[in-house]
Design a protein around this ligand. Structure first.
Ligand SMILES: NC(=O)C1=CN([C@@H]2O[C@H](COP(=O)(O)OP(=O)(O)OC[C@H]3O[C@@H](n4cnc5c(N)ncnc54)[C@H](O)[C@@H]3O)[C@@H](O)[C@H]2O)C=CC1
Ligand SMILES: CCCCCC(=O)/C=C/C=C\C/C=C\C/C=C\CCCC(=O)O
Length: 274
C-alpha cells in the first residue's frame, strides 16, 4: 500500500483541546492538513488551542464545544464541521477520561465508549463510498490496558477493550472494499499527559488507588512523550492497512500488532468453531 497523503485532508479530532488530541492536531497541520476541527468539552482551552494552531498555520483550525457523551452535541458538532470545512476525511476518536471512581464511572464510560461508537457510526454514514461518500479514515484510540489486566481501573480497561473489539469487528472484510473507510486502532501505553496525574483518585476503590499510585512511582514505569504517540498516529494514518491495530509504547516506533491479536483470535476460534 502506498503512503496516504495528509495534504488536502480535513481532520476531526475529539478531545483535541489539550493532551494528546492537541498534539495530533499540531502534527497533522505540520504535515500539511487542509483543516483540523478540534472538538472538546473544555471551551476556554479549546479556543486557545485553535487560536494557537491558527496563528502557526493560517486559519486552518476551528474549535467546537462538544461533550462526546451527549448525542445532540455530536450531531451538531459534526454538522458545524461540515458547514465550515465542507468535508471530513479523517476522524480521530481520541476523547477519553480515566476515572473508575463510584460517582464518575458512568459518565467516563459514556465518553470512552458510547461517544466513540456514536461518532464512528456518524463518520461511517457520511464517508461510505457505497452511499455516495468519498471514503476516509477513522482512528480509534484504545490503550495497552485493553491487552493487560489492570485491577485498579477495570471499567476504564473494559471500555478500552470494547473500543478495540468494536473497531476490529467493524473492519472485518468486506467493510473496506464496500465503504472505502479504513478503521485503525491504537493501543497506547502510558504517555505523559494529565490523564496519568493524580492516579490515586482514579481507581474504582480509594484503597486500591493508593496502592497503584505508589506502585507506579516505585516501579519507575516510563511515561512516553506525547510527540512519540503523535508520530505513531501519523505513521498509522500514512501506512495502516484497513482494520490494522497499532502499538505506541515507551517512545518506540509504531508497531503493527494486528498479527498478534489475530493469532489470539485464531486460538479462540479453534476452541469455539467445529
Ligand atoms: N495518557 C496516557 O497514558 C494514555 C491515554 N490514552 C487515551 O488517549 C486519549 C487521550 O488521552 P490524554 O490526552 O492522555 O488525556 P487528557 O486528559 O490529557 O486529555 C483528554 C482531553 O479530552 C477532553 N475531554 C474529556 N471529556 C470530554 C468529553 N466528554 N467530550 C469531549 N472531550 C472531552 C479533555 O477536555 C481533554 O482535552 C484518551 O482516550 C485516553 O484514554 C490511552 C492510553 C494511555
Ligand atoms: C493505572 C492505569 C493507567 C492506565 C492508562 C492507560 O490507558 C494506559 C496505561 C498503560 C500502562 C499503565 C501505566 C501505568 C500504570 C502502572 C501499573 C498499572 C497497574 C494497573 C492496576 O493495578 O490497575
Amino acid at each position: 500500500m502506498s503512503q496516504l497523503e495528509v495534504k488536502d485532508k480535513t481532520f476531526l479530532i475529539t478531545g483535541g483541546a489539550s493532551g494528546l488530541g492537541a498534539e495530533y492536531a499540531q502534527t497533522f497541520l505540520n504535515e500539511g492538513a487542509k483543516n483540523v476541527a478540534v472538538l472538546d468539552i473544555a471551551e476556554e482551552l479549546g479556543k486557545a488551542t485553535a487560536e494557537r494552531l491558527n496563528k502557526a498555520h493560517g486559519d486552518k483550525a476551528m474549535f467546537i464545544k462538544c461533550d462526546v457523551s451527549k448525542e445532540e452535541d455530536i450531531t451538531s458538532a459534526f454538522d458545524s464541521v461540515l458547514a465550515q470545512f465542507k468535508q471530513i476525511d479523517v476522524i480521530i476518536n481520541n476523547a477519553g477520561v480515566m476515572v473508575d471512581a463510584p460517582d464518575m464511572w458512568r459518565t467516563a464510560s459514556d465518553v470512552n465508549w458510547q461517544g466513540l461508537v456514536s461518532l464512528t457510526l456518524k463518520g461511517v454514514k457520511y464517508m461510505r463510498k457505497d452511499e455516495g461518500g468519498l471514503g476516509g479514515t477513522i482512528i480509534n484510540i484504545a490503550s495497552t490496558v485493553a491487552l493487560t489486566k489492570s485491577p485498579s481501573v477495570p471499567i476504564y480497561s473494559g471500555s478500552k477493550m470494547a473500543v478495540l473489539h468494536f473497531s476490529q469487528c467493524l473492519a472485518v472484510d468486506p467493510f473496506y472494499e464496500t465503504t472505502g473507510i479504513r478503521v485503525l486502532t491504537l493501543c497506547l501505553g502510558p504517555t505523559d499527559t494529565p490523564l496519568l496525574h493524580n492516579l490515586e483518585a482514579r481507581a474504582y476503590e480509594p484503597k486500591i488507588g493508593k496502592v497503584v499510585a505508589d506502585m507506579v512511582v516505585a516501579s519507575g514505569i516510563l511515561f512516553q512523550k506525547p510527540s512519540s504517540a503523535a508520530a505513531v498516529v501519523l505513521h498509522m494514518y500514512k501506512n495502516g492497512p484497513p482494520g490494522s491495530i497499532w502499538l505506541s509504547n515507551e517512545n518506540k516506533p509504531a508497531e503493527n500488532i494486528t498479527p498478534v491479536i489475530d493469532r489470539a483470535f485464531k486460538d479462540f476460534e479453534k476452541l469455539l468453531l467445529p
